[in-house]
Design a protein around this ligand. Structure first.
Ligand SMILES: [Zn+2]
Length: 252
């Protein structure tokens, strides 16, 4: 069994940050959980721009389906700043003992058209915004939807990032940068959609069977609608929790 569970929280949307993160901070405080939060540093997307691509992507459709019609209307007409407009909240996450790292600048662009975008520009906007908030450069990066290519890794190294969080079995050194992977391929939301509430025990079994274990959740779902299911999982997990930065420090 893994000694430490690395819980990764992806914060993609405005409601995930403003509602989800607040719920998660309270829940984590109650259960002594520490986690690594990866926050979308830019703004909500102009959804109209992506309509044709969204139709093809079931994951994007699902995340848009998380919101009420009122929230959707607000998002369509008035996209709000996420990380960039909530520096105090980001600092608050850190003050509560968690790690905060950036997740993207334009999450929708990265997810839906990685081949067409200027990755360097995206990562620089993201990094500069993070620096304005914390007064230091970010250490780690989790690419939206786990999408990356060779170019991503070399830009991250050039920019001084020390780790990236992809999918995998255990930490690995990728020619100059660590990968601290997520080891379980589905979030609680995805697991429940597949097989009902009993499927939480599959996540628990995975943690118990692994030497290194890391799972991920979305503040936009597990922090809001799925918060009680997340709490059930926390009552089942017997390991300690840690951040990726602590893992990095232990490897230095
Ligand atoms: Zn994301």
């Amino acid at each position: 069994m893994a000694d430490v569970l690395y819980l990764r929280v992806d914060v993609d949307g405005y409601y995930g940050l403003r509602l989800g993160v607040r719920n998660l901070l309270d829940l984590f405080g109650e259960y002594g959980v520490r986690a690594t939060f990866f926050v979308n540093m830019g703004r909500e997307p102009f959804y109209l721009k992506y309509i044709s691509k969204l139709k093809k992507s079931s994951k994007s459709k699902r995340s848009f389906g998380r919101h009420s019609w009122w929230q959707k209307l607000r998002m369509l007409l008035l996209p709000k700043g996420i990380g960039i407009a909530n520096f105090n909240l980001l600092r608050e996450i850190e003050k509560r003992g968690h790690e905060v790292e950036p997740h993207a600048w334009n999450h929708a662009d990265w997810n839906l058209k990685l081949k067409e975008i200027d990755q360097k520009r995206e990562l620089e906007f993201m990094s500069t915004t993070y620096e304005k908030c914390f007064g230091r450069k970010p250490t780690g990066f989790a690419p939206p939807a786990f999408k990356f290519n060779r170019e991503t890794l070399s830009i991250l190294q050039e920019m001084g990032f020390e780790y990236v969080s992809l999918m995998g079995k255990s930490p690995e050194w990728l020619n100059g940068i660590w990968n601290f992977p997520v080891t379980y391929p589905r979030t609680i939301e995805e697991e429940i959609l597949m097989g009902g509430p009993m499927s939480l025990s599959r996540i628990k079994e995975h943690i118990e069977a692994s030497e290194y274990a890391s799972i991920y959740i979305h503040a936009d779902w597990e922090g809001i609608r799925g918060i009680r299911l997340l709490e059930s999982l926390l009552t089942m997990v017997k390991t300690d929790f840690g951040t990726y930065k602590e893992l990095l420090n232990s490897l230095r």
